[in-house]
Design a protein around this ligand. Structure first.
Ligand SMILES: NC(=O)c1ccc[n+]([C@@H]2O[C@H](COP(=O)([O-])OP(=O)(O)OC[C@H]3O[C@@H](n4cnc5c(N)ncnc54)[C@H](OP(=O)(O)O)[C@@H]3O)[C@@H](O)[C@H]2O)c1
Length: 313
């Protein structure tokens, strides 16, 4: 039998998420079935479950989850890569997945990416959603060597990758985070600053020169208000979370424009390769059994340990 977490309504994860058992299906044309070994948990999953991204009752019961890693268990008609290299038994990431909170995931082959030997399932499962988002922010902000970039939420799963990508381009990075994460951000080459009252002064105190761009992953008004003081043009502020601040003229990214989609698609192979070699530092904070998806989502919504949360079927 296949085991899948679905939302039976929109509301608190502990009330609406249910584990359902279904007969295993065969892969459709151009699709594969992946037996998942690890599933990435993201804040977006919780927002969807709570109905913050729309509450269409006709979509219920709604499968949840955008990414997973596992082993190809079956291949549908015509599901061959151009070089014919992916097949049953191969270790793969599925991103973007539809309904990844399952132990038997149907995926379009175009969303299936081989996992190098040195990358384990848990790190692979949580890599790509945050990784391609971080790449999109750095690319959209046009970060270059000699830039001084502020990254709000630098200790978050998107933030730590954005820091590393910006540092790899030679930029100076000032990153906001809770105090407990400052040593880690320093190790990644960023200048850590605590968020909270007085943020603007603290950033100015450590900045070696004018701030050239801002990447916001926190979405807090404090982050946007501070950023508007730091740069002369709101178009230099790129946010993935402050969707309520569109009227300030900041750049909002959610992967929906052709350019944003291209940035994200182009980043996939490099992220996987660098995570495998360790050139890109990624962390798994906690694993949970698939059946505890609601607990994982609820914990992710509060102040939580740095790193990805992963479900294990
Ligand atoms: N638009 C898109 O395409 C897209 C894609 C991916 C994610 N997102 C969104 O981006 C956000 C971050 O995602 P994530 O996966 O990185 O989340 P995450 O791993 O849960 O990280 C959130 C981070 O925010 C930090 N934080 C909390 N309050 C803050 C504040 N007032 N100022 C600055 N930082 C603060 C926390 O830092 P400490 O723990 O150090 O306190 C935490 O590390 C979520 O809202 C998510 O839905 C959007």
């Amino acid at each position: 039998m296949a085991h899948t977490i679905v939302a039976t309504g929109y509301g608190p994860p502990t009330e609406v998420l249910k584990l359902v058992e279904t007969e295993p299906t065969l892969p459709g044309p151009g699709h594969v079935i992946v037996e998942t070994k690890a599933i990435g948990v993201n804040p977006a999953d919780a927002k969807i479950v709570r109905g913050q991204m729309g509450g269409d009752e006709s979509k219920l019961p709604l499968p949840i989850g955008f990414e997973a890693a596992g082993v190809i268990a079956a291949v549908g008609d015509g599901a061959v890569t151009p070089d014919g290299t992916l097949g049953v038994g191969d270790r793969v990431i599925v991103y973007r997945a539809h309904g990844a909170y399952t132990d038997r995931l149907q995926a379009d082959l175009t969303a299936v990416h081989r996992i190098p030997d040195d990358l384990d399932f848990e790190h692979a499962a949580g890599l790509l959603l945050v990784g391609v988002t971080a790449a999109d922010t750095v690319q959209t902000a046009g970060v270059e060597a000699d830039d001084v970039v502020v990254i709000h939420g630098g200790s978050g799963a998107v933030g730590v990758i954005a820091i590393q990508l910006a540092r790899a381009r030679g930029a100076t990075v000032i990153a906001t985070a809770g105090q407990r994460n400052h040593d880690h951000l320093r190790a990644l080459g960023a200048i850590p600053v605590a968020y909270g009252d007085g943020l603007l002064d603290r950033v100015r105190d450590v900045a070696p020169g004018p701030i050239t761009s801002v990447i916001d992953t926190a979405g807090a008004d404090e982050a946007i208000d501070t950023s508007l003081e730091l740069v002369d043009n709101p178009g230099k502020i790129v946010s993935i979370a402050a969707f309520g601040r569109a009227s300030d003229g900041i750049v909002l990214l959610n992967g929906s424009t052709p350019e944003s989609r291209r940035h994200r698609a182009e980043a996939v192979d490099g992220l996987i390769a660098d995570a495998a070699t360790g050139a890109l530092v990624t962390e798994v904070a906690k694993t949970f059994p698939l059946a505890d998806a609601a607990i994982a989502l609820t914990e992710l919504e509060t102040s939580h340990p740095r790193g990805k949360f992963v479900l294990v079927p």
